[in-house]
Design a binder for this molecule. Structure first.
Ligand code: ADE
Length: 255
């Protein structure tokens, strides 16, 4: 897969995409992340890429010219057609489902805004989709682009060492992930749940599923409402709720 990023801060994207799982995916030839700086397409001596908004108001907007030329250049850089995604708080909220969809594309172009954003005509005519990574405002699209690249990069076949890890991700079955433990078995901070050391794989799978369901119920009831629970899941969730209530009652009794 190839991802082109149009950004005024290419070094930021290069450094994010050069480390960890995504860096390794690039080294293994599974993913290619390229940057293109609209400033290189400015036509004046100051390499201007922004201007004041018509109608007044604070801040500056990125102008059409350098963005259009940067996009044209990037489209022409590879044979396959590419969807253009603009990162902004006005976009559709990013989900793991969307990430899985994007990870299947051969090519993508991510457009990062700075200042107060970009001229609306760029969005109307040159952008296919607008995506937000959450209901908060960043000073530019680069961090959001890095989030998208990371989440897509780790899903490329062969990027993760353990083939199962992506399947076990939070959200992959519409639920949050279960808790995980490693050595030491006992510590001042607590003990590892016995079942995880039992060697009984059926019991371990059941415990993990129960924890995933329980956590989702406690922390993200909105997610739980959207998944269809089979008979086992309903039983596990009922058990979790019962144990949770009992633990809370016990805490209350101690106090
Ligand atoms: N740019 C600024 N804020 C953003 C957000 N929340 N998501 C995506 N891009 C952004």
């Amino acid at each position: 897969m190839r991802i082109d990023v149009i950004t005024l801060f290419p070094e930021f994207i290069d450094s994010c995409a050069g480390i960890g799982v995504v860096g390794r995916a690039q080294e293994r030839g599974l993913l290619e992340v390229k940057t293109c700086n609209p400033r290189d397409f400015a036509t004046d001596n100051h390499r201007t890429v922004d201007s004041r908004p018509f109608g007044g108001g604070p801040g500056m907007l990125m102008t059409i010219g350098p963005l259009r030329d940067a996009l044209q250049n990037v489209h022409a850089a590879a044979a396959q057609s590419a969807k253009v995604i603009y990162l902004s708080p006005q976009g559709t909220r990013l989900t793991q489902e969307k990430i899985v969809e994007l990870a299947h594309q051969e090519r993508l172009i991510l457009l990062c805004g700075r200042y107060e954003g970009v001229d609306e005509r760029v969005l109307e005519n040159l952008v296919d989709e607008e995506i937000s990574i959450g209901d908060y405002v960043l000073s530019g699209g680069e961090l959001a682009a890095a989030v998208v690249i990371d989440a897509i990069g780790r899903l490329q076949d062969g990027a993760l060492n353990d083939a199962q890890s992506a399947e076990q991700d939070s959200f992959s079955g519409g639920l949050l992930d279960c808790p995980h433990y490693t050595r030491p078995v006992s510590d001042d901070l607590g003990a590892v749940p016995e079942v995880l050391m039992s060697g009984d794989h059926a019991m371990i799978r059941r415990w993990r599923r129960k924890q995933a369901l329980g956590r989702t119920w406690l922390r993200r009831p909105d997610l739980l409402a959207r998944v269809e629970l089979d008979a086992e899941a309903r039983t596990l969730l009922e058990e979790f709720r019962h144990e949770h209530r009992a633990a809370k009652n016990q805490q209350g009794g101690v106090r």
